[in-house]
Ligand binder design. Structure first.
Ligand code: GTP
Ligand code: MG
Length: 250
């Protein structure tokens, strides 16, 4: 069946966001939406660059990479609309900016827990970054065992004639935390899967094991650091450094 010129292929929420009809008004709104998403993309790039710079600097200082990978993602329009609806917010561009903190997301995977702390502090010392919210799920894990440090920050992007602050969600976690969260997400989001309480318990136990792994690896890192300080030596031949710049954050 052919679609009408009124754009019946658009969902109700999309129509509300873009305005009635498919004439000049919604075309302009579409352009505004594209512009807003582009601002979020720029803010996300700013944050990624900040972490790359910190990684570069700390790797010179400590002779190892505190960051093993950075992932970034922009929320899709359906996902933005779904969240506005779920939270009961209006469907408008202003509402997106005002009510959603995670349109732009950056996930930083660190080697050790100590790196998470060091990087978050170093970022917050930068005078152009404004902290909106901080949730420390490492100190206080979620009931299911999820651990990560979450920060919502406001970061300036410099446009042709203005400076605009955009919000970005940052998640900092270790490799072990990421391993657990990635697999937990895969299991939980299998829509046809009944998440039995036995599975939840098992996942919770796995979260404990991953926390223990982090603790023991941190112990080894401290030992190595102490030995280096005593002998005044660096770790010798530098290993090859790989960082994952893939843009596949879910
Ligand atoms: P959202 O509506 O999901 O954004 O929740 P929120 O605003 O309360 O934010 P919160 O800081 O709790 O979590 C935001 C993000 O953290 C999620 O979108 C996930 O990427 C991640 N996250 C939070 N809890 C879990 C969890 O239990 N498992 C996994 N795998 N990821 C989680
Ligand atoms: Mg989210």
């Amino acid at each position: 069946m052919p679609q009408s010129r009124e754009g019946s292929f658009l969902s109700d929420s999309m129509k509300e966001l873009l305005g009635p009809g498919v004439g000049q008004i919604s075309f302009e709104r579409m352009q505004e939406l594209n512009r807003l998403m582009s601002y979020y993309r720029c803010a996300m790039m700013e944050v990624v660059t900040k972490f790359n710079v910190l990684n570069e600097q700390f790797s010179l200082q400590f002779d190892r990479n505190p960051i093993t990978g950075i992932k970034s993602r922009l929320k899709t329009l359906p996902s933005i609309l779904e969240k506005l609806e779920r939270r009961g917010y209006p469907f408008s561009l202003e509402s997106i900016e005002e009510n959603l903190n995670d349109v732009a997301g950056v996930r930083v995977i660190c080697s050790f827990r100590e790196d998470v702390r060091m990087l978050s502090e170093a970022l917050m010392q930068q005078d152009d970054i404004i902290l909106i919210e901080r949730k420390d799920y490492i100190r206080n894990p979620k009931p299911n065992g999820y651990r990560s440090l979450h920060m919502i920050v406001s970061v300036p992007i410099f446009l042709a004639h203005e400076k605009k602050y955009m919000r970005v969600e940052i998640q900092l976690r270790t490799l072990a935390m990421d391993f657990w969260a990635t697999l937990e997400h895969q299991l939980r989001y299998k829509k046809d899967f009944d998440f039995a309480s036995d599975m939840e318990k098992e996942l919770f136990t796995c979260a404990h094991l991953s926390a223990e792994l982090d603790e023991r690896m941190d112990g080894l890192r401290q030992l190595m650091q102490q030995q280096n300080e005593q002998t005044g030596s660096s770790s010798g031949e530098k290993p090859l450094r790989w960082t994952d710049q893939s843009h596949n954050l879910r």
